[in-house]
Design a protein around this ligand. Structure first.
Ligand code: NAD
Ligand code: MG
Length: 394
């Protein structure tokens, strides 16, 4: 395979750094065209020194200025800023593949730019797809972009499906998708205990090391709700054909059940470098630097049903998908605001679903007929969620 030139959106994050770790192991196969980050210029400067991208982008103008000063001895690295800079490197002809690893709605515009430019798009940024569902998939179909799921569950499902029928479950003979979930750090907490959990406790995931926002989503089970929606769009199916299985060991990353009774699973250590390497090299396989799985050491697998009473976010996500239109975008925006308030110490953990439910109730469902509509609803939902947070502040 020719060396693939990569743009990594969100290079300083958990997924971005894991991606660069895989790239570091395969200098002949991958080169870095562009790296991007939000505000922390010194962290991106370190990565620029090692990977020598042609372009580096900071989301903020001030941070880009800081990066330029840090890289005065590397004048060949062009430094850009803002949403335009992110979209430019996502769509640039010099990039063959784009890792979409910005967290949250901020990742949608550059991810969409990569899709529209027909790139191989490695999708970690699930929020982008949840917000814009049909429009996003239509853009993929129109441009011929190659969309590869990086979320571990979706990458597992992708690996368990026939490559030419990923979006045609009936033709493939798929009866159900069994979406696994770790259950998060509070799987065994009582409803009363959940009320007083701290951001630090929510971010201490038992099996995965991840960014703060997805760690909280994992603790509320909103992550599984977003993933349910993500699975429906990626694999062209419906929530009644996706069943969440809590599997606390996080070794089976998801399964596909076929009409003949076969169930195919993908297993591996809980290390995102495996799905990242799969997406980078697909359809080939490369070393991801992940230790081989030791099933003797693991010993047993467990499965249980999710508890939608203690963890209402999964139910809210399923309902938003069923409601359709802009509901998933509203759900996502309200969740981002509620999680940010929880992380800032301004909201109880158990009030996260309350904020989301109230925001959804306050807004009509309108058809998601354009990206402009989606962005407008996202902005309005954030405004309404913040009002609700103000009423509940701890
Ligand atoms: P993170 O917080 O560790 O990193 C986020 C990255 O996005 C950083 O590089 C940050 O600088 C950048 N960023 C943040 N806000 C930005 C903005 N407004 N504009 C531009 N850049 C911005 O997050 P993460 O855990 O790496 O997750 C990234 C995405 O991947 C999320 O959508 C998450 O749901 C998804 N994902 C993560 C994991 C995981 O194991 N971490 C697993 C599956 C899916
Ligand atoms: Mg996941």
């Amino acid at each position: 395979m020719n060396a693939r030139r990569l743009t990594i959106l969100g290079a300083t994050g958990s997924i971005g750094l894991s991606t660069l770790d895989v790239v570091r192991r395969h200098p002949e196969q991958f080169s870095v065209y562009a790296l991007t980050a939000s505000t922390r210029a010194p962290e991106l400067a370190v990565l620029c020194r090692e990977f020598r991208p042609q372009v580096a982008v900071m989301a903020s103008f001030e941070a880009a200025q800081e990066l330029r000063e840090l890289l005065t001895d590397l004048p060949q690295v062009r430094v850009l800023s803002g949403p335009e800079g992110l979209e430019e490197v996502a769509a640039a002809p010099e990039a063959d593949a784009v890792m979409a690893a910005i967290v949250g709605a901020a990742g949608l515009p550059p991810t969409l730019a990569a899709v529209r430019a027909g790139k191989r798009v490695l999708l970690a940024n699930k929020e982008a797809l949840v917000m814009s569902g049909q429009l996003f998939m239509d853009a993929v179909a129109e441009s011929g972009a190659e969309l590869l799921p990086i979320d571990s569950e979706h990458n597992a499902i992708f690996q368990c499906l026939p490559a030419d029928r990923v979006r045609d479950p009936d033709a493939a003979g798929v009866s159900r998708i069994l979406l696994t979930a770790s259950g998060g750090p509070f799987r065994e907490h009582s409803a009363a205990e959940l009320r007083s959990v701290s951001p630090a406790e929510a971010c201490a995931h038992p099996n995965w090391s991840m960014g703060q926002k997805i760690s909280v989503d994992s603790a509320t089970l909103m992550n599984k709700g977003l993933e349910l929606i993500e699975a429906c769009w990626l694999f062209n199916t419906t929530p009644d054909r996706v069943e969440v299985h809590v599997h606390p060991e996080s070794i089976i990353h998801s399964m596909v059940e076929y009409v003949d009774g076969s169930v195919l699973a993908q297993l591996g250590s809980p290390d995102m470098r495996t799905p990242i390497a799969n997406g980078l090299a697909w359809p080939e396989r490369i070393d991801a630097g992940v230790a081989p799985l030791d099933l003797f050491a693991i010993g047993r697998f467990h499965f249980e049903r999710p508890d939608l009473v203690r963890f209402p976010c999964l139910r809210l996500a399923a309902e938003a998908f069923e409601a359709g239109g802009t509901s998933p975008a509203v759900l996502n925006a309200a969740n981002e605001e509620a999680v940010a308030a929880f992380l800032a110490g301004n909201l109880c953990f158990t009030d996260i679903p309350v904020i989301i439910e109230r925001t959804l109730a306050a807004m009509d469902v309108v058809p998601a007929d354009s990206f402009e509509t989606i962005f407008a609803r996202d902005a309005e939902a954030r405004h309404r969620a913040r009002e609700q947070i103000g009423l509940l502040t701890v």
